[in-house]
Design a binder for this molecule. Sequence first.
Ligand SMILES: Nc1ncnc2c1ncn2[C@@H]1O[C@H](COP(=O)(O)OP(=O)(O)OP(=O)(O)O)[C@@H](O)[C@H]1O
Length: 233
Amino acid sequence: MIEVRNLTKRYGGTTAVDDLSFTVHSGRVTGFLGPNGAGKSTTMRMVLGLDRPSAGEALVGGRRYRELTHPLRHVGALLDPSAVHLGRRALDHLRWIAASNGIDRRRAVELVEQVGLGGARDKRIRALSLGMRQRLGVAAALLGDPQVLMFDEPVNGLDPEGVRWIRDLLRGLADEGRTVFVSSHLMSEMALTADHVVIVARGRLVKETSIGALTEKGSLEDAYLDLTTGRGL
Ligand SMILES: Nc1ncnc2c1ncn2[C@@H]1O[C@H](COP(=O)(O)OP(=O)(O)OP(=O)(O)O)[C@@H](O)[C@H]1O
């Protein structure tokens, strides 16, 4: 479970996240939706202890990220797949993350196969395509077998096979009882993948509901635009 309580983040005069509260439950895929600049990435970064809240708190499994001894065993995240050491080989990258989180290094070999990068495991990351880097990022997120997973725009730049792979992966993780929190701008994809959505705009909560309730009268895209362009704000 992820609990966001009265979370606020100010950068100078900009309020990126504004008194935001919601809960992401286990056993389902929760989409995190909102226009550009709505505060989604900032919220995810605070959940992961990468940014300090100006006010409020974010808890993973009841604890702040900074209180977790081996964070990757509790929460895995795919944020920015370009934030990696490009000169490192794919498998070595995973081994290094495993070693620095007290995870058995053999998990790295398992994961590199599981995400379909077995044939590219000895390639340097700079030689991997965007889709392959996304897969490597997913492998890193799964290394610690965490109960909570967060993905920021995971299908960005993926080909149709990659998009389906991510969709099936997220569903599988939720079916295993994990908490899966995923941001996306692709409403058609979210309609296929998510069970529940948290919608934000200008740093504030607009709606937290099931996909079923939101799409009773029309498409997710229509409902989303209705809520985020003018009328809902
Ligand atoms: N490090 C920073 N310094 C200053 N302002 C920032 C910083 N990070 C984010 N912001 C601002 O905070 C607001 C929210 O940005 P954020 O990236 O969290 O939105 P987002 O919902 O993830 O957007 P997108 O969908 O475009 O990725 C924006 O106005 C952004 O310019």
